[in-house]
Each structure stands twice: as C-alpha cells, then as structure tokens.
Write a protein that binds this ligand. Structure first.
Ligand code: GCV
Length: 694
C-alpha cells in the first residue's frame, strides 16, 4: 500500500526563491532521494518525514513508500535501501532519540516517537552516501547505534520586536535584516520562510523557539492575550518540524494588558489573571512550550517593585503553566545598570550569583533558571558563570549568543563553536564532576534543563547576513544535541551539506577551515585583551572605543590607568567574585600566578609590565596579538580569492563574503590601532618592534 503524502510540509521552491538554502540545498538529499525508501508509522512528524522523502525521491529518481505499520507495507515489494520506522520503544531512546543500523545491506532507522524519527531522518541526510556504508553506520559489531540528545530542550530565543523599536529596531542585536516573524507592527502575512526556517533548525536538532524579544514592550505584551492569534499562526509553521513555541512575556502584563492596578506576585487577582492567561494560551495552543521572562533587568518590570523575590515572581507564572505542562524560563541576567562607576566595590559579575544563589531550592519544578554562560554579557572571553555551579536544586538553562553582538556582528568571521564547546565542556568540580552541559542536562539532580541561544537569523537572503555565520546557527543546534562534538567536525558537516557540489579535491574545505576554525581566537587577538571585555562603542557595540563604557553606569569597566589594567575580582583585595567558584577554581582564579592568562584581566588588575606565562609582558602581548590578529585577517581575506572558491560556493555567496571580509580587514586594523595607541599612551611603554603609532 502506498500512501499519499498527507500534508505539504516541505519547504516549497517558491518560498526559497532568491533565498539561500543554507545547509539544506536539494543536493543534500541526493543519496537518500535516489534510493528506495520505506517510511513506516503514523503521526504528524512521520508525515513530515514522509513528505521530505517523497520530495527527495521525486527529484532524484528514487522511490518512496509509506505505510502506517509493517503489516500494511506492500507485500512482495522490493526491499527498501532505507527504512525509517516508528516502532514501540523500550524507552532507551527517549522521545527524541533513535537507533540506526545496517541490516542485510539495508539501513534502518528506528524511533519510538515521531520526533525521534525526524531526527533520525536528518541524521541519515547528514551522512549522505555514508548512510549506506556498513563501516559508517551502526555501533560496534553491527549493533544498532543509539543517538539521543544530551539536553532535553534545545531552544532558540529570538530578540525580535513586533514593532520597530526606536532604538532596538525590528530585531534587537539583529544583523540579518528584518524579523522572520514580524514586520512593522504586524505578523508577516507570508510565513513560508518560517516553515523553511523550522526545517533548517530541526535538521540541527533544535526543538523549541521563542518568537519575541525578552525586552517586552507594550505591543509585544499583547501577544499573550488579544494578539495570541499571531503566535498561533507562527506555531503552526514550526510544529511540523517538531519545534515548540515559547513566548516572552512582561512581568507587568496584568497591568499592561490586564488593566489591574498591580502585578504583585502574591496578589490573588494577579495570580488569577496569570492562570486565566495561561489557560487561554493553552486552549489555543495545546503544545505551547511556556514563557520566557526578563525581570528587573535593564528596565524590564519585575517582582522587586513589590518587595518580592525572583522565586515569588517565577513561581507565580510557573503555577499558572503547571496544569498544562508548560515551563517558565526565568532569566538570571539581573544586575544594576545604573551603578556608580566611581564605586569599585560593586561588581556586575557578582550580581546574578548574589541574587539567585540564595534562592536555590525555592523554585517550582517547572521553572528553568536561564543563565548566560559568562557572568557579564557574551564577551569574546569570560569565565563560565558560577551561578551554574551553585543551584543544584534548580533546573538550569545555559544561554549562549549566536547573534554576534560582541563578536563582530556578522561583519566579521567568528566561528563560535570552539568557544561554546569550551564553555559547555567546563567542569567546576574537577575531572570526575559533570560538565556545564551535563548540569544543563540535569546533572546530579536529574532535573532536565535547557540549552538556549539567541538566534542570528533574519529575513536576509543568506539568513544570517554573513553567509559563514550560518555555521554558528548550525553548530549551536548540533552542540546542544551532542555537546562533546568537535567543532571542526561540525564545520565539516556544515560544509558537506551546504556546498554539496564543491569538488571534493578542490580548495573549499581547506580554505573554510583556515578561515573559520581559529576565527574566535583571531577575533580575540585584535579586540579586548586577556578577558577584560567590552571596549566597544556604546549603544550599538560595534568597533573599538576603549573608554566607551568606562565612565558609564553599565558596570563594564577595565580600570586602565597609568600603572596597569584589569579588574581586581579577588577575595583578598577585590570584589570577591573569584570566591564564588567551587574551591579549586576559586583558588586558581584568585592566584595571580595560577590564573589562566586569557582571563588575567578579568580577575586581576596588573601592571603593564606584568609577565604572562609565556614570558611576554601584558602590554607587549597587547601590541603583538593586535598586530598578529589584524594581519591574520588580511591573510584570511586573501584566501577567499583563491582560484576555485567562487565556483565552489557560487557567485552570490562569494561576493557577500568578500564584501564582509573587506570590512573585517578595515575594522581589525581600526581595533589594532586604537588599542595599541591607547595602551602605549597610558603606559608609556614602547612596542619592542616599533609598530605602534604614538
Ligand atoms: C535583549 C545585552 C544586550 C541587550 C539584551 C540583553 C539581554 O545587554 O546588549 O540588547 O537585551 O543583553 O540579554 O537581555
């Protein structure tokens, strides 16, 4: 029996017209689409797999058959090369996992649920021809190989505004054009790109998405109530690819949209209001994921206004969602953005720890405390936030930033997977303890949390502005699924999928690795040194301005003076932040000798001629790394002009990357010159190689 494909779930060619297909070009499906495939099972996500296979086989001449179960599959039909099968599960693979094996020259993917089958399908897409190679598929001795995600919820937050905000624009910290969801105060009428986006995300393993900015203004507050239809419409495009919709809400919603006089979390009317709001959302969207909340942070309302704690605030919303299985992602990014820069005892790095550590154990089970991976704000180098280590009785989400707010704003090549890999693999308690990803997964508490990232995608034809920034979005999904993956191997996956027509013996792979593998460290070399952070232009955060934030209330200082630079965060003489880590790391960060060089200025204020572990002085290190970093960018830009690259990536990608590399060369030189001159003028120490303008 050959079933018709039940829903047109696959991205249409029309929707993709003029839009780069990212890591799912039609060619990526050739290996599967040119074979005989059997899809067994029923349910909406099985339909998605079936539709994908039907499309691929139609394009590449294979044959796809579908049946609800093995008994209904056509008797006497030729055995399929690939079987994708929903089978009763013993639970080993969980809801989203799958087994893959080679049996009698055939590839078989088995999953207990539709989401698992979808992930298994994209797994074999990634493998391409290797999906049909006995050596590449299956575990040792041909045993079925189990794949399951490390972390249950792998979520993208969109900082998209419904209205174009006078300062924040349509997408806050967005460098990829407009929003995929919203346009000048309205939901986009044509949501086909949202479906395509969901498909791209599902192929990486992402399974949740927040459709609006955590800074919730008046218009956006209404998405919870009278503009809920807009959210429902977007969710309908995400659902066929297994992505659950979440919503950022204003803590003051009972006032802003509910007309109440208060949003006090202990007020009965307020509680009732949230219950009714959550009931209405779930009635319209039974698979609604939950709320994301930024409270008492950078001007957003929160429980402090009523003398209540963040546990009171988060639990209020959690109780409203609990009957429906929804969760609250409550952000720990809470600090005083009106601090007095003259006061050197107040430290923004301490803020989240000091607010939240005392609340461990007080949150409801459906609260997930969402913590930025570093204690400050997505700088090119930060230590891992100690909040992640101090909340054993709280579900945690670790938040990363795919959008490159502080890492070149998608003008610069900055492949972030190596940074994330390092953060997710960090161990607070020595080799035997869990990694950061392990803590997010549930760690010792067995209470599953999330990995979350701020998306870098928009309505730009390349999705991410800089075409190579697509690799960051891809890599976030893959690392959220399997945090131990090697960033270079993830980049290979992305290259294979994105440029399937590139000649295997051509220069593309090597060139992309040369450009991208080390690009995070290269970016670090020509920007803020040794973990000190910021030094960006205030407001938009692009380009150098060493003192731009130095005398402001934002809490992001470097304290450079004529004698030295860096923030003393030691317990002995500084702000005490180093002491907020578990003992081993606390001692290491506290010690001037043992602190890792790359974080030296995050933890210590040192003289310019302080010697690093390699024997160089701090100021000479700044001169050298800035000269090297900017020169490496020039060389990277030259690599892009190698013969064969334009042909391998296509003219449009080549031209866009070329244009961005030119800007990166200009910007890196600007960073080098401003930083080196600044530190020469402050310190009076000449560059040993005579390169610095006075
Ligand atoms: C959404 C930083 C960014 C803000 C962002 C904030 C946050 O401060 O500059 O644009 O606001 O982080 O994470 O809430």
């Amino acid at each position: 029996m050959t079933a018709t494909v039940r829903a047109a779930v696959v991205a249409s060619d029309d929707a993709l017209a003029g839009v780069h297909p990212a890591w799912l070009p039609p060619e990526a499906f050739r290996a599967l689409g040119s074979r005989s495939v059997l899809v067994l099972g029923a349910g909406p996500l099985v339909d998605t797999v079936a539709a994908e296979m039907a499309g691929a086989c139609e394009r590449f001449g294979g044959s796809a058959r579908f049946a609800p179960d093995p008994d209904a599959a056509e008797d006497g039909a030729a055995p399929a090369d690939l079987v994708l099968e929903l089978t009763p599960s013993d639970g080993t693979a969980g809801d989203e996992g799958f087994f893959v094996e080679r049996v009698d020259g055939r590839t078989r993917v088995r999953a207990g649920g539709g989401a698992g089958l979808l992930h298994g399908f994209f797994h074999v897409v990634r493998l391409g021809e290797r999906a049909f190679d006995d050596r590449a598929v299956g575990g040792p001795g041909g045993a079925p190989q189990l794949h399951r995600p490390a972390v249950a919820r792998r979520m993208l937050d969109h900082w998209d505004n419904v209205d174009v905000h006078p300062v924040r624009g349509q997408v806050e910290r967005g460098y990829s054009g407009g929003s995929l969801f919203w346009e000048a105060g309205r939901r986009r009428r044509d949501l086909r790109r949202v479906r395509d986006y969901a498909r791209l995300l599902a192929a990486t393993g992402i399974n949740a998405l927040t459709v609006n900015n955590v800074n919730v203004a008046r218009t956006e507050a209404h998405l919870l109530t009278d503009r809920l239809d807009d959210v429902v419409a977007i969710a309908a495009e995400l659902r066929p690819y297994g992505i659950r919709t979440h919503l950022s809400v204003s803590f003051a919603a009972p006032i802003v949209v509910g007309g109440l006089a208060t949003a006090d979390p202990l007020d009965d009317q307020v509680r009732e209001w949230w219950h009714e709001a959550a009931d209405a959302v779930h009635a319209a969207l039974p698979d609604f994921g939950g709320f994301v909340v930024k409270a008492d942070s950078e001007g957003q309302p929160g429980p402090f206004a009523y003398g209540r704690s963040h546990a009171d605030g988060a639990n209020l919303l959690a109780d409203a969602l609990a009957p429906h299985g929804g969760v609250v992602h409550w952000r720990a990014f809470v600090y005083n953005h009106r601090q007095d820069w003259r006061d050197r005892t107040t430290d923004r790095a301490n803020a989240a720890y000091d607010h939240f550590a005392p609340l461990d154990g007080l949150f409801r089970d459906n609260v997930v405390l969402q913590v930025k991976h570093g204690p400050i704000d997505f700088q090119v180098r930060e230590p891992v936030s100690p909040v992640i280590a101090v909340m054993p009785r709280t579900r945690l989400a670790v938040e990363l930033q795919v959008t490159q707010e502080y890492t070149g704003q998608q003008q610069h090549v900055c492949y972030l997977a190596p940074m994330w890999r390092e953060a997710l693999g960090f161990r607070f308690w020595g080799d035997a303890g869990p990694t950061v990803a392990g803590v997010a997964a549930g760690g010792p508490t067995e209470r599953g949390g999330s990995l979350v990232a701020v998306s870098n995608a928009g309505d730009d034809p390349f999705w991410t502005g800089h075409p190579l920034a697509q690799a960051n979005l891809y890599a976030f999904g893959r690392l959220a699924w399997a945090p131990e993956l090697d960033p270079a191997a993830v980049l290979d996956e992305w290259i294979d999928l994105t440029f399937p027509d590139a000649p295997p013996d051509g220069p593309l792979r090597e060139t992309l690795h040369a450009l991208m593998d080390g690009s995070w460290l290269r970016y670090e070399r020509y920007t803020a040194p040794l973990g000190v952070g910021f030094m960006v232009r205030p407001g938009h955060h692009y380009g150098p301005d060493v003192d731009g934030y130095e005398y402001t209330p934002w809490g992001t200082y470097h304290f450079a003076d004529r004698d030295g630079v860096g923030v003393d965060r030691t317990v002995a003489t500084g702000t005490g932040f180093a002491g907020r880590y578990p003992a081993g790391w606390a001692q290491r960060y506290e010690s001037l000798d043992r602190c890792p060089d790359e974080l030296l200025l995050f933890f210590h204020h040192v003289p310019y001629e302080h010697r690093l572990h390699d024997g160089s002085t701090v100021v000479q290190h700044i001169y050298d790394t800035h000269a090297e970093g900017a020169q490496e960018v020039v060389e990277a830009a030259e690599l892009w002009e190698r013969p064969g690259i334009a042909e391998a990536v296509g003219a449009a990608v080549h031209e866009r990357v070329r244009e961005r590399l030119r800007e990166q060369v200009r910007s890196a030189a600007e960073w080098r010159d401003q930083l080196c001159t600044y530190f020469y003028r402050k310190s009076g120490v000449p560059d040993a190689h005579g390169r610095v303008h006075p």
